[in-house]
Design a protein around this ligand. Structure first.
Ligand code: ATP
Length: 262
């Protein structure tokens, strides 16, 4: 891996990608959104973060790269505590793909959007070009490098948004509703891309079949606490747990009959 800056601290290879310990957080208006969340995600795992509306999923995700902070407890990314002095390195290690790709794409061309993060971190010349090319190839968008992002379809823009994050060579890729607004073919293609990546993934989703397809493990966050954590297939078959946390499978979908791909 190319060093982006001389001061960059190497991630600990022994540490889990993500360690959240006792995280409790109230918004400034006093609303308590998290009540002591413990979550460990090991290197290379793909984990779905499930839960009803208002459960605290976004609040938790915004703590992973320090957009929110100041509560109780701790978050570590590859061993590095998420604290103010570490924010630049934490934000390189935690790549968040937001639900709306237009929140992440703002440059005149796809190439410039994907280059933006690594260039801001100091990468230049052939190394930067190589980083951009690799990231776009990984999402199947190499032929679109010179196009303006706003000329692309929604599904293509989402792939480019994933590439902007991959270009930073993150420790963990966090995706917020990655399957939303995608047609069935784009949904499947994105699943194939995510499955092919050699990176830890935490995926926030209400799309339970997508969670089953992509993530061997799921965590249910409900009422600001982790209510369940286990193999996705088992959780989705646990009718009491599903009902208790307002999780519903699509009509006719039977998780017992879906083969889980590695
Ligand atoms: N800026 C804010 N100020 C006060 N309360 C907030 C704020 N943002 C979110 N909340 C509250 O915190 C709780 C958790 O919200 P959060 O957005 O984290 O849930 P979520 O699980 O991501 O929900 P959804 O599935 O609907 O996206 C909710 O009760 C919400 O109303």
């Amino acid at each position: 891996m190319t060093a982006l800056s001389p001061s960059r601290e190497a991630p600990s290879l022994e540490a889990p990608s993500l360690e959240v310990s006792g995280l409790a957080f109230a918004y400034p208006d006093g609303h308590q959104a998290l009540f002591g969340v413990d979550l460990t995600v090991r290197r290379g795992e793909r984990v779905a973060l499930l839960g009803p509306n208002g459960a605290g999923k976004t609040t938790l995700v915004l703590h992973l790269n320090g957009i929110l902070g100041g509560g109780v407890g701790s978050v570590r990314v590859a061993g590095l505590p998420v604290t103010k002095p570490n924010l630049a390195e934490v934000r390189r290690r935690v790549g968040i793909v937001f639900q709306d790709p237009d929140d992440q794409l703002f440059m005149p061309t796809v190439r410039e959007d994907v280059a933006f993060g690594p260039a801001a971190a100091g990468l230049r010349g052939p190394e930067l070009e190589e980083r951009v090319r690799t990231a776009l190839e990984r999402v199947g968008m190499a032929d679109f490098a010179d196009r303006p992002p706003h000329h692309l379809s929604f599904g293509q823009r989402r792939r480019v948004a994933v590439a902007t994050v991959l270009a930073m060579e993150p420790e963990i890729l966090v995706l917020d509703e990655p399957s939303s607004n995608l047609d069935p073919a784009s949904r499947r293609e994105l699943a194939d891309i995510l499955r092919s990546l050699d990176v830890t993934v935490l995926m926030v989703t209400h799309d339970l079949p997508y969670a089953l397809e992509l993530c061997e493990r799921s965590v249910i966050l409900s009422g600001g606490v982790i209510a369940a954590d286990g193999p996705t297939g088992e959780l989705l078959c646990d009718e009491d747990t599903m009902r208790a946390h307002r999780l519903e499978l699509p009509f006719g979908f039977d998780p017992r009959t879906v083969p889980v791909r590695g």
